[in-house]
Write a protein that binds this ligand. Sequence first.
Ligand SMILES: *[C@@H]1O[C@H](CO)[C@@H](O)[C@H](O)[C@H]1NC(C)=O
Length: 447
Amino acid sequence: MSQEPRKNPEKTTSQEAKPTRPTPPTFLDSTWTWSSPSTWPLTIKLLPVFIAIISIYLAVAFPALFGDPVSRFLADTSCTGAFNYTFQIAAAKRHAEELATHDWEIGTAGEALLELLSPHKAVFGRVPFPRGKVPYDFVKMDEALTFVFEKVRVWDGPTIVEDSYSVSDPASLGVSAVMIGQVWKGWLRAAEAQKEYLLKDAPRYGNGAISHRVEVAELWSDAVHMVPPFLAYYGVATNDLECVREAVRQVELYREVLMLRDGERKELWRHIVGPSEMADDGAWSTGNGWAAYGMARVRATIAGWEKSKEMMEKEIAALDSYMIEIIDGAIRTDDHESGLLRNYLGDSTWFGETAGTALLAAAAYRLGMFMEQNAGRDHILQWADEKRRAVVRHVNDDGVARPAVHSLKHDQRQPFEGINPEGESFLLLMGAAWRDCVCAGVRSREG
Ligand SMILES: *[C@@H]1O[C@H](CO)[C@@H](O)[C@H](O)[C@H]1NC(C)=O
C-alpha cells in the first residue's frame, strides 16, 4: 500500500501560479516612502509604540527628567505668565540680581526669583512638596536656583558661606541650597552643616533663641526671615518633624523678646535686643517685614507638607495670629502722607519709605491667602492693595523704588541715595504675592 502524499502536488503547482505577495519592505529598503503610509515597514509603524514605552519607563524611573507633572499641571501659567505687575518689574529684577552681594541679599533675591518665576515650586504654591518631596528638575535648573548657584560658592565650613559677623544670614541661602542639593550633593551637605551649626553650635540668647550674631548673643528681627524658613524647609526635606517644630519654636522665642507690649506700637517688633551698641528699640519697618514674611514662609511650609499639616494645626494658627499682630500694628501706625510706611513704625519723626512698605504689603497678601474669607481678611487685603499702589507710585521707569532706607544703616535720617538691594527684591516679593492672590481669585487685578 503506497502512502498518500501529504500534499497534493497539483495544488502546490496551482499556488505557485498565483502572483506572489510582495514581501514587506525593511527599514533600509528604498522601496518605501514617507508619503505613502501603506509602504512603511513594520519598524516605522511600531516606532510610536516604542517611543511611548521608553517615555513611560523614563517618566516613572526618573520623574525629574520631566519635572513634576502634578505641579506642572497645577501651575496656572495662563494667569501668572501674562500677569501685568503695573510697574517695571523686569528692571527691578535686574537690580535685585545685580546688587545682591551680601549673603542675605542673595538668599532673599533667590527666594524672590523663585516666587516670581517658579511659583509652583515656592512654598506658597498649591503643591510645594509633590509626593511629600522637595521639587526639582534634572534637565533644567530653575532660573532662581541658577542665580544662587552662580553667585555663591559653598565652602567646607560649618555654614553655607563664610560670615564672621552673622549667624543667621548664611541660613538665608538654606532653602535654595536644599533645592539645588537635590541635584548637586555638595549643596545638600552645606545645608546639613548649616542646620547642625544653627541647632548645636551657634550662640544663643538667654531664652534659647539662636543669636543673629557671632560675637554676641543678640536678636534681630531680620533673623526670622533667615533661620526659621530654612529649618522648616530642611525638616520637610529630611522628613524630620522635630526640625519643623524647632522653626516655630525659634519664631516664638524671637517674638518673646522682640515684641513690644504696650502703647501705639503694641505687638509690633523691636529691631534689635542685645548687649551691643547695635541695640535698637525702634519698630523698624523692614524688620517687622522680615519677621512677618519669615513667619509666612514657615507657615506655608508647614501647611504644604502632609505630615506637619496634620500634626501642627496649633502652630499654624499661632503663626497666623503672630502675623496678624504685626500687620495690625503696621495698619494702626500707617499715617505718612505719601502712603508709604515710616522707616520706624509709630514714630512720626521718620520719613516714609518703600522697602519696608513693600515687604509688609507682601506679608499682608500672604497672610490674607491663609485666612478664611471674613471682614478681617478683606481689611488686611485692602490695606495691602493700598500699600502696593503707594509703592508702585514710587517706582521709576528704571524699576528703582525711592525713597528707601539705607539697608546697612537703618537709622540713617536721610533716605538712601543709591538703590537698596534688598528693597528691589521686596518689590518682586510684593508683585508675586499680589499676583498669587489675583490668580487664586482672592483679589482683583484692579484692586
Ligand atoms: C498694565 O497695567 C497698567 C496699570 O493698570 C497699565 O497702565 C498698563 O497699560 C498695563 N500694561 C499692559 C501691557 O497691559
